[in-house]
Design a protein around this ligand. Structure first.
Ligand code: GUN
Length: 294
């Protein structure tokens, strides 16, 4: 069994990005600039945005965080988005999700100029992804593909089971895994909460990508010998072992599943660090006008 070290790969990719940024700056171009809108004080969102700001520093990017209380109106948020859309200094921006219930998340996503949508959530980016056109790829699926690629894990012709059908992970990673590409070219089955006999699908899988948000869902009896298991789960559970009072639990019963695997990602330290790096990569591509010309 080989552990997929997302932290190590993320550090390598950040160094690659930082080198690229210094080259741009040496050529007289401005540093990439990522902005984030953060609404309210959700612990998870605060942590994610803090990690994104730190990653920007490590990559040599400029970053801006625009904060609102959770009483912000939809109109105020739409106004902030319009300003960022029009701001030539901002190459890309994100609106950290989830948003308070009184705000229509889809409306917010669609208000972001798709050319600055470094989250890859806008329907234009999602649509372009599904037909294999250049686009901003959403961060977690992109991070997973980067890990599979860097570890040379064979995906061509592999049976890949994706657990979960979310717009952020399940659907886009299924699209990427079936695309004519390396990594890609897999036979993909998407299972979800209404799938019958999930375990049977999993037992036939060469690659399982678990993105359900149910801690410990994938158990050893569901995994065939020599499979690759990618764990996207990051459920926060209370813990007395950590300073923060919680720890992250993956969707995979790691202890019992790992011995059967060829490759497996740990939680934390697997997919998580790659997600933020993918956002950095998208911001670099936005600054370079590499996907959509400036
Ligand atoms: N909330 C959880 N994951 C994400 C993400 O990738 N982007 C944004 N904007 N919000 C999130």
């Amino acid at each position: 069994m080989e552990l997929i070290d997302g932290k190590k790969i993320a550090d390598v990719v950040k160094q690659e990005i930082a080198a690229e940024v210094e080259k741009m700056v040496a050529e007289g171009r401005k540093r990439p600039h990522l902005a984030a809108i953060l609404v309210g004080h959700d612990g998870g969102s605060e942590t994610y945005v803090a990690h994104k700001v730190k990653a920007c520093d490590q990559c040599g990017f400029k970053s801006t965080v625009i904060r609102y209380e959770d009483t912000v109106t939809e109109a105020e948020l739409l106004d902030a988005i319009a300003k960022l859309n029009a701001d030539d200094d901002v190459d890309g921006f994100i609106v950290q999700l989830p948003l308070p219930k009184h705000i229509d998340e889809q409306k917010i996503i669609e208000a972001v100029d798709y050319r600055k949508d470094v989250d890859g959530f806008h329907p234009i980016n999602v649509g372009r992804l599904s037909i294999g056109l250049p686009c901003f790829l959403s961060a977690t699926p992109q991070g997973i593909m980067e890990l599979l690629g860097r570890y040379n894990i064979k995906t061509k012709g592999a049976n890949c089971v994706v657990l979960g059908r979310s717009n952020i992970v399940g659907k886009p990673v299924a699209s990427l895994m079936m695309q004519k590409a390396q990594p890609g070219d897999a036979t993909v089955t998407v299972c979800h909460s209404r799938t019958e006999n999930i375990a049977e699908y999993c037992r036939k899988a060469d690659i399982i990508i678990a993105a359900l948000g149910v801690p410990g869902f994938v158990t050893a009896d569901m995994v065939k010998e020599g499979a690759t298991v990618i764990d996207v789960g990051t459920t926060r559970v209370p813990s007395t072992e950590t300073k923060s009072g919680f720890k992250l639990k993956g969707d995979v019963d790691f202890e019992n599943v790992a011995p059967k695997c060829a490759y497996i990602t740990p939680v934390p330290g697997g997919v998580g660090p790659m997600t933020i790096v993918s956002l950095m990569k998208n911001t670099l591509l936005a600054a370079q006008g590499a996907i959509y010309k400036k």
